[in-house]
Design a protein around this ligand. Structure first.
Ligand SMILES: NC(=O)c1ccc[n+]([C@@H]2O[C@H](COP(=O)([O-])OP(=O)(O)OC[C@H]3O[C@@H](n4cnc5c(N)ncnc54)[C@H](O)[C@@H]3O)[C@@H](O)[C@H]2O)c1
Length: 98
């Protein structure tokens, strides 16, 4: 089963948390309760990096190094630098979340 029903809105959910939490969390709980009576083999729920986190990166200098937990500094954010770089200034490449 693929569960895609949701109230969507990253910005609005910040000032209407009761509505978004009620629709998405309680709504999913209602679905899960119904699935107890009508089991499915697999339930796929859509999500995003808000839940998964930043994701993984790989170095681009030929060394196959997987990097987890990249963070942007306040200076990077102020300068609008969204890409990640290693300590030598090489740009990192995003790779699929496992
Ligand atoms: N579009 C994106 O970029 C993106 C990114 C990450 C995750 N998602 C997730 O993917 C899923 C689908 O998103 P979308 O972009 O297709 O949004 P969408 O608004 O097009 O689809 C959501 C659907 O859920 C329905 N819905 C809302 N409340 C409901 C309720 N109480 N009961 C039954 N149905 C209800 C809406 O009518 C709508 O058809 C969501 O869970 C969303 O959080 C979307």
């Amino acid at each position: 089963m693929l569960h895609l029903a949701a109230a969507v809105g990253v910005g609005q959910s910040m000032y209407e948390p009761d509505y978004y939490t009620g629709t998405n969390n309680l709504g999913t709980a209602v679905l899960l309760k119904l699935l107890l009576q009508n089991p499915v083999k697999r339930l796929v729920v859509a999500s995003s990096m808000s839940i998964y986190g930043e994701g993984l990166y790989r170095s681009t200098d030929g060394i196959d190094l997987i990097i987890d937990g990249c963070e942007r500094t306040a200076e990077q954010l102020k300068a609008g630098i969204w890409e990640h770089y290693d300590g030598d200034g090489n740009r990192l490449a995003p790779i699929p979340t496992s």
